[in-house]
Ligand binder design. Structure first.
Ligand code: 5GP
Ligand code: ZN
Length: 115
């Protein structure tokens, strides 16, 4: 399932370069090109779903399991002190790329890493 006009589908296919930090059969996880903090990552399902309204519920459940695994791993590696897990739906909520994704945004007590 792919949308020919979708930038994240192109990233998943390797047609647009990305900084990939994790990949399996179902997901690709890349660093955000415009990070809100050091290590800001995007969890992308490989199949195209526009948003939470459209996503298969099993894929959504797997995305949440992966978010937990990555949060633990990234806390270990990045030494962050907390996380925001953010997922925007529709333009009015701030969604700019219409391929479902979850933002993993590490937060740091040391404020210089937060932006
Ligand atoms: P949204 O606002 O839809 O929740 O988040 C879209 C995110 O995708 C933004 O944080 C934006 O910086 C990121 N983004 C947009 N284009 C690209 C790109 O080509 N590569 C990467 N790695 N991130 C992108
Ligand atoms: Zn897509």
């Amino acid at each position: 399932m792919r949308d020919e006009n979708c930038i994240f589908c192109k990233i998943i296919a390797g047609e647009i370069p990305s900084n990939t930090i994790y990949e399996d059969d179902e997901f690709k996880v890349v660093l955000d090109v415009s990070p809100a903090s050091k290590g800001h990552a995007l969890i992308l399902p490989k199949n195209h779903y526009a948003d939470l309204y459209e996503i298969d519920e099993n894929v959504a459940a797997d995305a949440m399991k992966l978010a937990k695994k990555l949060a633990i791993h990234m806390t270990d590696v990045l030494k962050c002190d907390g996380f925001n897990l953010v997922q925007n739906n529709h333009e009015v909520a701030g969604q700019t790329v219409f391929h479902f994704h979850m933002h993993l945004i590490p937060r740091y007590l040391n404020a210089k890493n937060n932006d």
